[in-house]
Design a protein around this ligand. Structure first.
Ligand code: PLP
Length: 375
């Protein structure tokens, strides 16, 4: 069994994807052509935001947004400690300081009490200037933006939604990547909407910021390509990747999201009596980038993973074995709060296979295997 079966998805979308890629090959137009424009328009309208600016990957997307806000050395950016490294790394890359915050054991998203405590502790210390919050929509569920926004307003902070794992997720009728002052996503192959290489996008309603981002992505261009008015980077989504994404987009919207939700519901219905299953709060709709359960202990988690693989040929992945504050890259980092939940999660978390093309029989097989091993 595959953890996430991208080959099966390709077989289903093959005709459209191949046709689109062929069109690019025949056009000879490989950078910022019509597919990129079409994709940006489609995504902006789908997410419900005025501008979608595609770029080379989700990491660049985060960096570029913070650059437009002038985030720099001496600034504090609040980041959940339990996330993919890029959420924190980009802050450090800009020479600003990521201030790590604990997360919730139910949703795995940023914990609001820990966030406010971290902000207050930074203010009390008086060394760093609080500037922004990066709220990550971990595993496909959007963070609690209603309350994050209240905290941001109270302390005059920008909010950046890291929606790399949550395209297609929703809170009420509002889609992931439409929250905060700007949002980003990733098209890395394993994300809910993935391309066949690297890719990313930024979403904003701010015309000025959008124009600045379009310049920064292409070497700080001005009126035309060889008019450079600022220092930028080269961060563009390839035309072929846009063609792939457009070849998959209808399936993603029409049934893939429903399909992963059906699978998650199957898992939860039975496994909630056996392990701690993920909590999707009322009003939220997840895009299920991952389905993560929590075991009783690190030993139980490791044994389950090992036996699923060996005895049942079921692959699992630990998302994530280390939080940011436990990474070697941050071993001398100053922390402002404790991370009790995150430290527990990293020991007990295990992601079960999920993708829109898993059959009921496969999911039932996994459920039975988990139950057998834990009983
Ligand atoms: C994948 C991911 C990123 C980075 O995206 P890339 O396209 O791989 O650069 C950023 N944040 C989170 C939460 C992610 O999962």
């Amino acid at each position: 069994m595959e953890f996430r079966n991208l080959k099966l998805q390709y077989e289903v979308c093959k005709e459209k994807i191949d046709e689109n890629i062929n069109k690019v090959l025949l056009s000879g137009n490989f950078i910022q052509g019509d597919f990129v424009k079409e994709l940006e328009a489609k995504l902006a309208s789908y997410v419900g935001v005025k501008h979608c600016i595609s770029c080379a990957n989700g990491t660049d997307a985060l960096t570029l947004v913070m650059e437009t806000w002038g985030i720099k050395e001496g600034d504090a950016v609040f980041v959940p400690t339990f996330t993919f490294f890029a959420s924190a790394e980009t802050v450090s890359y800009l020479k600003a300081t990521p201030v790590f915050v604990d997360v919730s054991k139910d949703t795995f998203n940023i914990d609001l009490d820990s966030l406010e405590l971290a902000i207050n502790n930074v203010i009390k210390e008086g060394k760093l200037k609080p500037k922004a919050i990066i709220a990550v929509d971990l595993f496909g569920q959007v963070a609690d933006y209603v309350n994050i926004q209240k905290i941001a307003e109270k302390y005059n902070l920008k909010v950046l939604e890291d929606g790399a794992q949550a395209l297609g997720g929703m809170y009420e009728s509002k889609k992931s990547c439409s929250f905060g002052d700007a949002a980003t996503t990733s098209f890395f192959p394993a994300k809910p909407l993935g391309c066949y290489g690297d890719g990313g996008a930024i979403f904003t309603n701010d015309d000025k910021q959008a124009a600045l981002l379009r310049s920064l992505c292409v070497h700080g261009k001005g009126k035309f390509k060889y008019d450079n008015v600022r220092i930028g980077v080269n961060s563009r989504l390839d035309e072929i990747q846009a063609a792939v994404l457009l070849g998959k987009f209808d399936q993603f919207v029409d049934y893939e999201l429903d399909s992963v939700n059906r699978i998650a519901a199957m898992y939860t219905k039975v496994l909630q009596d056996v392990v701690k299953t993920p909590v999707i709060n009322k009003g939220y709709y997840s895009s299920w980038a991952q389905y993560c359960i929590l075991l009783e202990s690190e030993n139980e988690r490791n044994e389950l993973a090992e036996r699923l693989e060996k005895e049942y040929n079921i692959p699992t992945i630990i998302y994530y074995p280390k939080s940011m504050h436990q990474q070697t890259a941050y071993e001398n980092h100053v922390n402002y709060v404790a991370f009790l939940n995150a430290e527990e999660i990293t020991k007990k978390v295990l992601a079960l296979p999920i993708d829109p093309y898993k059959t009921d029989e496969e999911i039932e097989y996994i459920i039975t295997a988990v139950k057998n091993i834990l009983s």
